[in-house]
Structures are given as structure tokens and as C-alpha cells.
Design a protein around this ligand. Structure first.
Ligand code: IPD
Ligand code: CA
Ligand code: CA
Length: 267
């Protein structure tokens, strides 16, 4: 199915508006987080609350009002296929662990897929009041300012984000961090993979690597990094594989091959 610039621009504008509104809603929950009941999912580190569910429901309902024929995949309520060729991919709160523990590094992540590729990526970080936004062919911006990666930044003179969850053994995580440090790099993990991907697009981190993530964690960040001039590892964008977890790598071109090597040596 072909996509016109008009269709893309209209959805991009809606994604920015909805991410900002969803962020305001999530921030309201954050400011009264002591009243939230925290539940666990896969393990004690994997948490969720009514804030995640209600923010996703808000996004689902608003998208369905305007584009009832678009598909929608969200972390909390799963996948509904569409007929328009566009699929919204949403993590209502990425960084729920920092969120429930009172830290500011969480965000709302909204992507739109077309032909298996993310064509819109919007990440809103309410605590810093920052909106990272990109659409294919339209470039990437942070609060309206264009983002372009600096080729002089590399593993050695900048920081790399590393993520992990219980799908990956502690030994493997340790080996990845050791390998990065052996290459003269250093790592940071702030609890939100989506936000760290936005930081790669903004040049704050030179790369991000996590061995196992889901589409809602990374599709918006991938669009942002690509439009800022960076490179991303292939992530299946259609079919059953799209709903599974895969390795996620996004980086400044200056160090993409180094991080790919780190990934290949630690499978
Ligand atoms: C998690 C965060 C975390 C990453 C995990 C994700 P959630 O998402 O992005 O940084 O390491 O793999 O599952 O649970 O906060 O939405
Ligand atoms: Ca997530
Ligand atoms: Ca989430």
C-alpha cells in the first residue's frame, strides 16, 4: 500500500499532539504515585499500574476516533490489526520502574508503522518537558530544533546506553558491559530504553544496545535515530515476529559497527 506525504504529515501531527496529552496525563499520575497500586507482571522488577493502562486506553481511543482503520499495538492491551496500512505502536509509559520509584526518566513512546518500517516516532519525556519527534523524510527534532548526529562522537569519547531485563542472563549482561569497557567505552542505564533511544537521536548518547526488547519499546526511537542520521539493527516489522522480542541496537554511524560486533560476540 502506498503512503502519501499528506497521510503521513496528518498522522505525525496527531502523534505529537497525543504524545503531549498522554504525557500530561501520565505526569498527573506520577505526581500522586503514592496512591497507585503497583502490580507485577513477569517478575518483581516488571511493574505496572493503572497509569500505564489508562494512558494506553486514552491513546487507543483517540487514534480510533480519527483513524478507525489503522492498526494498534500497545504494551498493555495487545494488537488489533488495521486495514489502512498504518499501525500505531505505543508504550504508554516506558520506564515504569523509574516512574513508580519516583525518578524522572520515563516517557510516552508513540510510533507509526507503514510497510514494516517506523515512519513516525514521537517520545515525550514529561519530567523534563521534552518532545522528541521524527517522521520519515521530515527529519528529527527536539522541541522543534533539528537533530543531526556528530560523526566525531564515538564509543570512546561518549556514553553508550545499555539495557537489560530478565530475558537475558546476568552473565550475558556482564559480558556485554565488559566488552564495551574493553573497547574504551562506558555505559549508562536510566530504566527507560525508549528514552535512551531518544537520547541517541539527540546526541546525548552515542548508541543504545539491549539484547531483548519489544516493538513498543523501540520503534519510535528507531525512527528518531534514523532521521537524525544514525543506524539501526533490523527489527522485524510485520507478522508474528513483529510481536516477539528481538535485539535492539541504534547508534551514531561512527560506532554502529563496533556495537554490532559487541552484539555478535555476545549472542
Ligand atoms: C522497559 C524499559 C527498560 C528496558 C526493558 C523494557 P517498561 O520497559 O524500557 O529500560 O530495559 O527491556 O521492558 O517495562 O518500563 O515499559
Ligand atoms: Ca517499555
Ligand atoms: Ca511500558
Amino acid at each position: 500500500m502506498t503512503m502519501t506525504d499528506t497521510e503521513l504529515a496528518a498522522r505525525f501531527a496527531l502523534a505529537k499532539r497525543l504524545a503531549a496529552e498522554a504525557g500530561a496525563m501520565a505526569l498527573d499520575y506520577f505526581n500522586r504515585r503514592d496512591t497507585l497500586v503497583i502490580e507485577t507482571k513477569r517478575d518483581l522488577q516488571d511493574v505496572v499500574s493503572i497509569a500505564d493502562r489508562n494512558v494506553e486506553t486514552f491513546l487507543r481511543d483517540r487514534v480510533a476516533e480519527v483513524y478507525p482503520e489503522d492498526g494498534f499495538l500497545g504494551e498493555e492491551f495487545g494488537f488489533g490489526e488495521g486495514t489502512s496500512g498504518f499501525t500505531w505502536v505505543v508504550d504508554p509509559i516506558d520506564g515504569t520502574a523509574p516512574f513508580v520509584n519516583g525518578m524522572p526518566t520515563w516517557c510516552v513512546s508513540v510510533a507509526i508503522m507503514h510497510d514494516g518500517e517506523p515512519v513516525v516516532g514521537v517520545i515525550h519525556a514529561p519530567c523534563s518537558n521534552e518532545l522528541f519527534a521524527a517522521a520519515r523524510g521530515f527529519g528529527a527534532t527536539l522541541d522543534g530544533e533539528s537533530l543531526h548526529l556528530d560523526p566525531s562522537r564515538n564509543l570512546q569519547n561518549a556514553m553508550t546506553g545499555i539495557g537489560c531485563n530478565s530475558y537475558v542472563t546476568p552473565e550475558r549482561v556482564g559480558a556485554i558491559i565488559a566488552g564495551l569497557m574493553q573497547r574504551g567505552g562506558n555505559f549508562i542505564r536510566n530504566g527507560s530504553g525508549a528514552l535512551m533511544l531518544a537520547y541517541v537521536a539527540a546526541g546525548r548518547l552515542v548508541g543504545y544496545y539491549e539484547p531483548h526488547m519489544r516493538a513498543w519499546d523501540c520503534m519510535a526511537g528507531f525512527c528518531l535515530v534514523r532521521e537524525a542520521g544514525g543506524q539501526t539493527l533490523d527489527f522485524p516489522g510485520t507478522g508474528e515476529a513483529f510481536l516477539q522480542g528481538h535485539p535492539v541496537l541504534a547508534a551514531n554511524q561512527s560506532c554502529y559497527e563496533d556495537l554490532l560486533d559487541l552484539h555478535m560476540r555476545n549472542l
